[in-house]
Design a protein around this ligand. Structure first.
Ligand code: FAD
Length: 295
């Protein structure tokens, strides 16, 4: 079934996200991870769309290759950053030509990072909902959008975020994937808010296991939000042993994933950081690796 059909029928979607590596060695490592994770038969995999021209080419090239050379269904990320509408249309055309029929429509972050000052391209799009509209005009894409359980850094409050999400659905979005977050209430609160606005948009929670103390800082920079104290405390309590810290990070993510599924989440989206082991371990912890055998 297509991704849209699966989500419309109330099925669960399990997906893995990668980023375009900077060099060929990184790309070889990425393909190793993709091949190892392919065995889990995820619903889809996706490759992020970077800020610079070269990583964008890599994103499109890797996404096209996933469509051509693997059994996986790719979702192509696309942003409005530093691009005219004509340039955005060209990338949409490239995805369509490669048979990529699912696209994640994003505005993208300001050049100075999450929470910086957003300035649209003079001939570009200002918000993700406009990109959703453009995709809908250009073809029969299944369109995903971003959601923010712990508030988007530029947003005034969570109610505004919920309204933005519903506006993206009104523009034609079929599903949403959340930024990484911790705990479960942030997710259920966001879903309750959008349901309160009359939306039945499937919101897939995004999950990133923290496997080292150094990653705490990196993650905070990536998403423009702090890692909560209880997570930091649990990781520090594991002491100086990297293996114990790692196991703790995996345990935290596995507990969160289980709680999210119990709360009715329509699947899970793993931020893999181009590695396979943590995702495989969480999959096993949840018993999801057996899902593919019985399916
Ligand atoms: P929007 O929905 O446009 O929202 C941006 C801000 O504008 C928000 O504060 C929102 O409240 C506000 N807003 C939106 N619409 C309106 C409106 N009509 N009127 C007034 N205010 C409005 N970034 C990348 O560069 N590449 C990627 O591949 C990528 N992948 C991602 C994948 C996921 C699952 C997620 C959650 C994020 C990803 N991001 C990626 C990051 C994302 O681009 C940033 O978080 C960005 O700052 C917001 O993008 P958006 O699509 O939510 O934008």
């Amino acid at each position: 079934a297509s991704l849209r059909d699966l989500l419309e029928s109330g099925g669960r979607s399990y997906s893995f996200e990668f980023f375009p590596p900077r060099d060929d060695a990184g790309e070889a490592a990425l393909w190793g991870a993709i091949r190892r994770l392919e065995r889990l038969q995820p619903t889809f995999v996706s490759v992020t769309y970077g800020a610079g021209g070269t990583t964008r080419d890599r994103t499109v090239r890797i996404t096209e290759r996933i469509a051509r050379d693997t059994t996986l269904t790719p979702v192509g990320h696309l942003t409005c950053v530093s691009a005219s509408v004509a340039e955005v249309r060209r990338v949409i055309g490239q995805y369509a030509d490669a048979g990529v029929s699912n696209v994640l429509a994003l505005r993208g972050d300001p050049p100075d990072g999450p929470g910086g000052t957003w300035t649209p391209h003079a001939h570009g799009l200002d918000h993700a909902d406009e990109l959703v509209t453009l995709l809908r005009q250009m073809g029969s894409f299944c369109v995903g959008v971003a959601a923010f359980p712990e508030k988007h850094p530029e947003s005034v409050d969570l109610d505004h975020d919920a309204r933005v999400l519903v506006a993206k659905e009104a523009a034609g979005a079929d599903f949403a994937i959340t930024q990484m977050f911790f705990g479960v209430e942030a997710y259920t609160d966001l879903v309750d808010k959008v349901r309160g606005l009359g939306s039945d948009l499937p919101v897939i929670p995004g999950l990133m296991p923290i496997t080292s103390v150094a990653q705490i800082e990196r993650v905070a920079g990536l998403v423009g939000a702090a890692v909560p104290e209880w997570v930091v405390d649990r990781l520090h309590a594991a002491g100086d042993d990297p293996a114990r810290v790692r196991a703790t990070g995996i345990a935290i993510a596995t507990e969160q994933a289980r709680d999210l599924l119990d709360a009715g989440a329509p699947g899970l989206h793993f931020y893999t950081l181009n590695r396979s082991t943590a995702t495989l371990e969480i999959y096993q912890g949840l018993g999801l690796d057996r899902r593919t055998v019985s399916a």
